[in-house]
Write a protein that binds this ligand. Structure first.
Ligand code: HEM
Length: 511
């Protein structure tokens, strides 16, 4: 496989106008409100994608009212944390801090004024040309001289030391830059064009000079045309993110509602004691997950569900894929559309998440006619399988984006990936052990979850490279097992980061 990350091109300064309009140094939380007031409208069109099937973001007015009732400060929370999988173009720029003494004042003067808040991102009128967020690894915080422990052991250890717990077969497939603990931070640049991002990168690099070193970049992009919002296997993504209390006022039917402290440190529902300055930050899990799309498609063709007189071979292979995910490519859940895709259902956010796996005509604990226990969405959110009301703790805000090119004709013909593509996976949570790590290790990789013999998650479940046995994928015989000798999703590694609030940057990290 060859890597296709584009290099970062240096072009004209983009942020100059905005940055010069702002007071250069801000060292207290109270200055934030003042600093955010004069934001000028620069856009006529949102930098976020807008897919009908995904729940709309709340309006600024609704979010502000909800936040004020819950005492949440959306002007202090970085924009990506609560927004979810809606980016058009996004560049992940991983860096190390070469000179902390020089970096800290620039963090206050050159980075902080450019950080896009939640409020800003909600409205086209206040969105910048290119949004910027920043997050730090444990070694990054240490480099900045922060000695307070954030209260999360996975974060403190870093992802490299955690890789065996995630099912990765060692680090042989890891991007070399992710091995070890050399990445101190990541800038997230988001816009609607790569040119905008290039200009923003050039401007920031010019401002920071040699106090940071670029370690690695990964360019993500929504897939083209009608595939926008779909991940590379073809399935619509970003449908089911939790509604965070204090942000979303009108949850969609079936959407999980979680306390703000499930995602944000120090908020209601976060049970760990944190340093006060860490409040309203969130842990960002980054994983570069390569997807072997032609190999996945071949597997579906070779193992199509057979129902003579009911399904054509193509429909049988489409059904197998839908059962592995738990949704059809349109987003329609197999729990509500068990045999054929229902694009109208998929496109309707008032219906496409409104299910619990409970049906009056089927035993919840044994019946897999509609949705297999091993389906990706059932493994990662078992809904009523764990009882009613559903588990409130193990939820994440997913904010990833596809990377890499479309499958070429040659790759499709050869059933073999030759250029890397996949998902730049991002999740936000207040507790990595309850969030991403729990979903991956305790649910997806566990062959006996949610019931003995269920098998691993056929999409992301990993057993250190060993073959994976999955049951329940054939609706005509739920005792039948399929043996997957290929991991269609390959971990290329990543890191655990902390996305601080803006006041934590001005009051602690940059001081
Ligand atoms: C390349 C890797 C992955 C692919 C292709 C993928 C694909 C998908 C798709 C198509 C959906 C359904 C759309 C939706 O409900 O929003 C989904 C949902 C979900 N995925 Fe993934 N995913 C991947 C990695 C992961 C990882 C690593 C995790 C966490 C460990 C994860 C957790 C979830 C969760 C929590 C949901 C929502 C389930 C629900 O609320 O019903 N995914 N994923």
């Amino acid at each position: 496989m060859k890597l296709s990350n584009r290099s970062v091109i240096c072009t004209a300064a983009l942020f100059a106008g905005l940055a010069s309009a702002l007071t250069p140094r801000h060292n207290s939380a109270s200055s934030l409100k003042h600093r955010r007031a004069p934001v000028q409208s620069r856009r006529v069109q949102s930098l976020l994608i807008n897919v009908d099937a995904q729940p709309d973001l709340p309006t600024v007015e609704a979010a502000t009212a909800a936040a004020s009732a819950a005492s949440l400060n959306l002007d202090d929370i970085q924009g990506d944390v609560l927004i979810g999988m809606k980016k058009n173009q996004e560049l992940f720029y991983f860096f190390s801090i070469a000179n902390a003494t020089d970096f800290k004042p620039k963090l206050a003067s050159d980075i902080l004024p450019l950080i896009t808040t939640t409020t800003q991102l909600l409205s086209v009128n206040t969105q910048p040309t290119t949004a910027l967020n920043v997050a730090f690894s444990q070694t990054g915080l240490t480099a900045l001289g922060v000695t307070d422990a954030l209260g999360d052991s996975a974060y403190a250890g870093g992802q490299f030391s955690d890789l065996k717990n995630l099912g990765d077969p060692g680090s042989t497939n890891w991007v070399p830059q992710f091995t070890g603990t050399g990445i101190h931070g990541v800038f997230l640049f988001a816009s609607d064009t790569e040119d905008n991002i290039d200009a923003a990168v050039a401007s920031l690099e010019a401002a920071l000079g040699d106090c940071i070193t670029k370690v690695y970049t990964l360019q993500g992009a929504a897939r083209p045309g009608t595939e926008a919002g779909h991940e590379h296997f073809g399935y619509l993504d970003g449908i089911s993110n939790p509604a965070v209390d204090g942000f979303v006022t009108s949850p969609m039917p079936g959407q999980a509602v979680v306390a703000a402290g499930t995602v944000l440190l120090g908020e209601s529902g976060d049970t760990v004691t944190r340093p006060t300055w860490a409040k309203d930050g969130s842990f960002l899990v980054f994983r570069q997950l390569a997807q072997l799309v032609p190999e996945f498609d071949k597997f579906l063709t070779d193992n199509a569900v057979v129902e003579p007189g009911v399904l054509t071979p193509q429909q049988g292979s489409d059904l197998l894929g839908a059962r592995m995910i738990g949704r059809w490519k349109s987003g329609a859940p197999v729990d509500l559309a068990p045999l054929f895709d229902d694009p109208a259902l998929g496109a309707d956010p008032t219906r496409n998440n409104n299910f619990t796996f409970v049906h009056p005509d089927a035993a919840l604990a044994t019946n897999q006619t509609r949705c297999p226990f091993s389906a990706h969405i059932r493994k990662t959110r078992p809904r009523a399988d764990l009882g009613t009301p559903e588990d409130a703790v193990h939820h994440i805000m997913r904010a990833g984006i596809p990377y890499g090119p479309e499958v070429s004709d040659d790759e499709a013909a050869a059933n073999t990936t030759s250029t890397e593509r996949g998902l730049a996976f991002v999740s936000y949570q207040a507790n990595i052990g309850n969030g991403f790590r729990f979903l991956q290790k305790t649910w997806a990789d566990n062959a006996n979850f949610v019931h003995a013999g269920t098998g691993v998650d056929p999409i992301i479940g990993a057993l250190a490279g060993a073959q994976r046995v999955v049951s329940g994928l054939d609706p005509t015989d739920s005792t039948k097992t399929l043996t997957l000798t290929t991991d269609f999703v390959v971990s290329r590694g990543g890191e655990y980061f902390f996305t601080p609030s803006l006041s934590a940057i001005s009051g602690t990290l940059a001081v």
